[in-house]
Design a protein around this ligand. Structure first.
Ligand SMILES: *Cc1c(COP(=O)(O)O)cnc(C)c1O
Length: 355
């Protein structure tokens, strides 16, 4: 079975909602495109592959995912090149990570032809929704959840896989103030931190709210054991430029294997910049900050691409970070990634895939 021969039913909307959207003022995560891709896992196989109008679902109140959290997701983006062709960025990496999350949560894998076939057909169907305004893109949300109407705790026998999309603009408008969190944790060794499973995000809301009440926008998570090592920031990977080197925590059980992160590491290598993927202590970062050796600290993720921090709060002191200048690594790498994703510059890595 190839992408082009995937048996799929397509039901189109009668009238598009696209004129309801102001593409010059897109807010993140508020608008959804006309269609969604849906598939059901029943009796050990994926079936009912469909593209249907974006609409509410009907679920049993006993739906297992709502009780015990067998639910995973991905986040990715599509762009258009100058010729108006839809472009995806490293979609097979998202597919592979989705199946890793699925394995950790005792959920079935989604075969490549269903993930890629559904995604490609959906992007073709809703190509008009891919924005071309600067800093905008089509956010893509593939996800899966258990659907057994059974409230015993066990892996479900049935699942739903859905992909929907929506046009998005910029995520943060100004450099976020981040707080080094030394009490709450996001993930622990042996836990589910490396999976994009729903509960990780539910659990992060309360510490994030406390940080917001203290005047911060986001948290820098530290390790569960000693709070001595930097792990991630909010739902992004975290990267530092210190003494001209790109330094980022190595991925692990507790650190999500981010595709933006990996792309930035590859670009740094491509530019012959020294890269260190290893444990990064909070002390190392704060010392470098105090000594003026920290050029930049930023979050890296699909939603933001690169988000340079304005302030790092640690043990009650707020440390201002240097402003991001045009020639700095953070700004060059963001522009380069954006140019690759939008087809403006040649892609030396083979990351861009036409839908
Ligand atoms: C999704 C995610 C990231 C970023 O991954 P990308 O593939 O770059 O979008 C980082 N950390 C967490 C916890 C995430 O959920």
């Amino acid at each position: 079975m190839t992408t082009d021969t995937l048996a799929m039913e397509i039901k189109r909307v009668e009238a598009s909602r696209i004129h309801e959207v102001d593409f010059d003022n897109l807010v993140f995560g508020r608008h959804y495109s006309d269609h969604m891709f849906v598939a059901d896992y029943i009796n050990g196989e994926w079936t009912n592959l469909q593209i249907v109008p974006y609409a509410n679902l009907s679920l049993s109140p006993a739906t297992a995912a709502l009780h015990y959290g067998q639910a995973i997701f991905e986040g990715m983006k599509a762009y258009k090149n100058e010729a108006g062709e839809p472009l995806m960025f490293r979609p097979l990496d998202n597919w592979a990570r989705f199946n890793k999350s699925a394995a950790r949560m005792c959920m079935p894998e989604v075969p490549e032809e269903i993930f890629m076939g559904g995604l490609t057909e959906l992007l073709r169907t809703d190509a008009a929704w891919i924005p071309t305004t600067p800093d905008s893109s089509l956010y893509i949300r593939p996800y899966m959840f258990s659907t057994d109407a059974y409230i015993g705790v066990k892996p479900s026998d049935t699942y739903k896989f859905i992909i929907f999309t929506g046009p998005v603009g910029k995520y943060y408008s100004k450099p976020p103030r981040v707080k080094v969190e030394q009490h709450y944790i996001r993930a622990a060794e042996g836990g589910v931190g490396a999976a994009k499973c729903a509960g990780n995000y539910g659990g992060s809301l309360y510490p994030a709210r406390l940080a917001q009440q203290q005047g911060y926008d986001q948290i820098i998570w530290t390790d569960a054991r000693d709070h001595a090592f930097v792990e991630e920031s909010g739902t992004m990977n975290v990267m530092f430029v210190i003494d001209g080197k790109l330094i980022t925590p190595a991925t692990s059980d507790t650190i999500l294997n981010g595709i933006t992160r990996n792309s930035i590491v590859d670009i740094a290598h491509h530019w012959n910049m020294p890269v260190e993927e290893r444990k990064v202590s909070v002390k190392e970062v704060i010392d470098a900050l105090k000594e003026g050796r920290l050029e930049a600290a930023f979050g890296a993720g699909t939603a933001v691409v690169v988000s340079p921090f304005g302030v790092i709060g640690f043990e009650g002191t707020d440390y201002e970070l240097p402003a991001v200048t045009e020639g700095s690594f953070a700004s060059r790498v963001k522009d380069f990634l954006t140019d690759i994703r939008t087809g403006k510059t040649e892609d030396p890595f083979g990351w861009v895939v036409k839908a």
